[in-house]
Structures are given as structure tokens and as C-alpha cells.
Design a protein around this ligand. Sequence first.
Ligand SMILES: *Cc1c(COP(=O)(O)O)cnc(C)c1O
Length: 249
Amino acid sequence: MTDTAATVRPERRAELAAGLARVRARIADACAAAGRDRSEVTLVAVTKTYPAGDVVALAGLGVTDVGENRDQEAAPKAAEVAAAGVSPRWHFIGQLQRNKCRSVARYADVVQSVDSVRLAAALDAAAAAAGRDRPLDVLVQVSIDGDPARGGALPDSADPDRGLGPVAEAVAGAGALRLGGLMAVAPLGWEPDRAFTRLAEVAQRFRVRHPEATALSAGMSGDLETAIGYGATHIRVGSALLGMRPTLR
Ligand SMILES: *Cc1c(COP(=O)(O)O)cnc(C)c1O
């Protein structure tokens, strides 16, 4: 690590270390309860609203994967972290507008929020133009409640732009993208058990058609144990790790 502005005070480092120890213990307990190997679950630290120094500190504590949901915030943060000589895997997990694809394709290693054929095409073009040395990993975000007004491809829909089948085929057939699996957020007001049972069913059917796309990103600070019980391979944890964010987003 080189000396830059992206550093934290010792008190903050201790706070992050304590948060990380608590989250790691929860993951280990949930894996044990589910009879799963701990190595099957990747922690993605969701650092939105927190500064680059926190990312650098978390990387120093062994965190390998970080998540961001807004390009305006993530692009400069990724540059600052890179300038500090640290290179975590960056996961873009937020709603993505097509005009932001070019920027995201420059720093993201994984985009977890592709939910339309049009977005897949824009991201493919952006990833090709970015001159990356390997394809951009993509998870298709699925809607658990099937509400077309919110994010996520629709599992039981033949819609040519928003249906899960067409979106997955578009990603799988894109030269600069690699289909890695699925991502979902439990809908507000749904019990985690109900949400992740439904997601596991969708994932099982999806893997018949795409057996290599085994990633399942599900579970956040409040419901990571349930998600691990239903097969999550990636959990996205923000507040339990870094503290409560000042604004809800
Ligand atoms: C903010 C966010 C998270 C993390 O939420 P916490 O409850 O803070 O753990 C996970 N996934 C997505 C898509 C998010 O936007």
C-alpha cells in the first residue's frame, strides 16, 4: 500500500475489524447450520456512502470483494483505491442506466444488476470498447415478486426485453460478457424464507439451461443467514460491516 489520502484513523480500522469479525462469524455459523463449506460463500462488502479509505482498510483486513451501487460515487472511489495500490474485485450492484455502461465497464469486475436485453447489449458494447483483458462477469438480477415496475428480470415472462430467459441468453451470447449466475434482493415486506425459497426454485430451473452459471448473489445485513441456507454463493453486506448509512438508498 502506498501513502495516499485513502487512509483511515486507527479507531476506524478497529471498528471495521470488529464489524468484519462479527460478519465472518455469522457466515461461518450459517454455513455450519446449512452443512455448507465456508469457501462456498464470498462476502461482498457494500461500501456505498463510505470513503475509499474504508475500502483500503477492509482490503488490508482480507476483504477481496466490494460492492457499489452508483457509478458517480464508484468511479472516483475505484480510482482512489487503485492509486493506493489496492485492487479488490469491484461488483456493481445498483440499477444501471445504459449511458453509464462505458464508465462501469472500466472499473467493474462484476456487474450484478443486468435485467434487460437492451442493458446487456449496451454493457457488451461498453466492455468491448473498454479494451478489457477478459470478459466482464455478469449476474442477471431477477425479480422475486415479479413486479415489472421494479428492478429485475421476470422469471415467468416471455417479454423479449425483460424476461429472464431472453436476458440470460443475451448475456450468454455476448462476446465481451460472461454469464456468472443470478442476483436478487428480497422484496420489501416478504419474509426472507419465502423470498429465498422462491429464488432457489428460479435458480434451479435457470441452471438446467446454464449449468456453468452457478453464482447466486442474495442476502444482505439482515437476512444473510437465510440466504446462505438457500444456497447463496455471494452475500452483499453493508451496514453490518461498515455501520448504518446516513441515508437510506
Ligand atoms: C445497499 C445494498 C446492499 C447492502 O445492504 P445492507 O442492508 O446495508 O447490508 C445489498 N445489496 C444491494 C443491491 C444494495 O443496494
